[in-house]
Design a protein around this ligand. Structure first.
Ligand SMILES: Cc1cc2nc3c(=O)[nH]c(=O)nc-3n(C[C@H](O)[C@H](O)[C@H](O)COP(=O)(O)O)c2cc1C
Length: 196
């Protein structure tokens, strides 16, 4: 059994990785990470979270092009969230890599309209982030695949990659060896707690 101290250290030392080495981590490490995701709890024990693991650099390159194309073809409209406007502007200027060069990407999906789609996938993503940390790897939750999940070119790519028609993308995890200096946990100034 992992000690309470070790587990808390692992939780505290996890940081989002935004610079990855190109080297692909070994298959068995990736499989353990996915297994940790599969062992996450799910509402009603439904176990409907799907994991689409992309380690083909060719496919990751295609995916980058697909997503860049989605944004490059999007008109900027008033009221759009500033991060989206930033991505559209970037994509119009050149390729955008929201995965920060990670050599692996795990996309989680779940049944469209299922009330626990997002919570179930989030539990899986969190388990995978912690498992990655314990493997000496870094990860970063990438939201753009969920936000753009219904854009037809991304949808086509994902269905070709094995996403069934009745499922939607709920989140994604960029994974790989960390290529950035270690950093301290961010101070917790939010996340209020009330004990009653
Ligand atoms: C729901 C969710 C969505 C996120 N989406 C992104 C994202 O699209 N791109 C990104 O670089 N980081 C993303 N992050 C990472 C957060 O920015 C990061 O967790 C936060 O800044 C705290 O930093 P830390 O993870 O290093 O503690 C996301 C995190 C969560 C939980």
């Amino acid at each position: 059994m992992v000690s309470q101290k070790d587990l808390f250290e692992l939780i505290k030392s996890r940081r989002s990785t935004r610079s990855f080495k190109a080297e692909l981590p070994p298959r068995d490490a990736l499989e353990r990470i996915v297994e940790a995701g599969r062992y996450a709890p799910s509402g009603n024990n439904n176990q409907t979270t799907r994991f689409i693991v992309i380690t083909s650099q060719e496919k990751l390159g295609e995916l980058r092009q697909v997503l860049t194309g989605v944004w490059a073809n999007m008109p900027i409209k008033e009221g759009m969230p500033p991060p989206l406007v930033g991505l559209i502007q970037k994509a119009k200027a050149g390729p955008v890599d929201v995965n920060y060069g990670a050599p692996a990407l795990i996309i989680t999906a779940n049944k469209r309209g299922y009330v626990n789609a997002l919570p179930d996938c989030s539990c899986a993503l969190m388990n995978m982030m912690l498992m990655a940390q314990s493997e000496g790897l870094g990860g970063c939750w990438i939201n753009q695949y969920r936000l753009m999940g219904d854009a037809p070119p991304l949808r086509r790519f994902m269905e070709e990659a094995g996403l069934p028609e009745d499922e939607e993308i709920c989140g994604a995890l960029a994974l790989g060896y960390i290529d950035q200096p270690a950093s301290e946990p961010l101070p917790r100034k939010g996340n209020p707690v009330v004990y009653v």
